[in-house]
Design a protein around this ligand. Structure first.
Ligand code: G1P
Length: 268
């Protein structure tokens, strides 16, 4: 890794209500795609981006997260910290809870619900593409117009290769108000200046402290760039996306590809 990203933060305090009853006792990030938990894919992606310091923002009713990441071999040789978010105040607040554990000027954030398959992981691609102490960098992809209300959406300014400089970003806009169809997916490389912004920020969409609002507030000072990554993204925060990810993963696997092809043929 030519430009390693040493610290990666994993916001994992969400309740996973779309996966009840499984999530009554198992954190949604530990639900498996075949045998591998979503969180394990995220950890491996972080390690491939050069991470040595992993920070998990969990909640006290999800003790399984701390148990899992403490198991031998799960987090490679990384230094691991688990912090409990005291209240469910949103993604921005979760990221702010990592403040004392980020030692470098820049850090990565992975939302494990967004599972991305590709020949190179999404965060390693972004780590290599970033400028040191450059603009905040966020993974983006095109979504259908009717889906803009599920994502942060950027207002693009100028495109150069895979990078799109943004002049604005809004959280979950109505399709009629969306500045584009370029949606933020769950990978970020942030400058630590974001923490000051998050610490003083008012609540936004859904009454939560939104990371999107902090990125918008920092555009003039830090800048903001969207990054079109290579690979396929699956929204494993909902059952349909989890099913698609499971099929895609089975197809990649020598031991399962025949079975999945047969099943899909029978079902067709
Ligand atoms: C969060 C962010 C949103 C982003 C999305 C990506 O929303 O707030 O900007 O587009 O993750 O998955 P959530 O899915 O937690 O509602």
């Amino acid at each position: 890794m030519q430009n390693p990203l040493k610290t990666v933060v994993f916001p994992v305090a969400g309740q996973g209500t779309r996966f009840r009853p499984a999530t009554l006792a198992t954190p949604k990030e530990l639900l498996p795609v075949i045998e591998k938990p979503l969180l394990q894919f995220a950890i491996e992606e972080a390690v491939n981006a050069g991470a040595e310091n992993l920070v998990f923002i969990s909640s006290e009713d999800k003790p399984g997260i701390a148990t899992y990441v403490g198991l031998p071999g799960v987090a490679a040789d990384c230094h691991v910290t688990v912090v409990n978010q005291p209240e469910a105040l949103g993604l921005g607040h979760a990221v702010l809870c990592a403040r004392d554990y980020v030692r470098d000027q820049e850090f990565g954030v992975i939302l494990p619900d967004d599972l991305i398959f590709g020949s190179t992981g999404c965060l390693p691609q972004m780590a290599n593409a970033r400028e040191r102490n450059g603009p905040n960098l966020i993974a983006v992809e095109n979504v259908a117009l009717e889906d803009t209300s599920r994502y942060g959406v950027i207002d693009p300014h100028h495109t150069e290769g895979s990078k799109i400089s943004a002049k604005g970003i809004v959280e979950k806009p109505d399709p009629k108000d969306a500045p584009s169809q370029l949606a933020v997916v769950g990978r970020y490389i942030l400058n630590t200046s974001i923490f000051d912004r998050l610490a003083t920020q008012e609540r936004g969409n859904g009454g939560e402290i939104q990371l999107t609002d902090a990125l918008a507030g920092d555009i003039n000072r830090q800048g903001l760039t969207g990054y079109r990554f290579g690979g396929d993204r699956y929204d494993c925060g909902n059952p349909g996306g989890m099913l698609e990810a499971t099929i895609a993963y089975a197809r990649q696997r020598a031991d399962l590809s025949e079975t999945i092809t047969r099943c899909l043929k029978t079902a067709a």
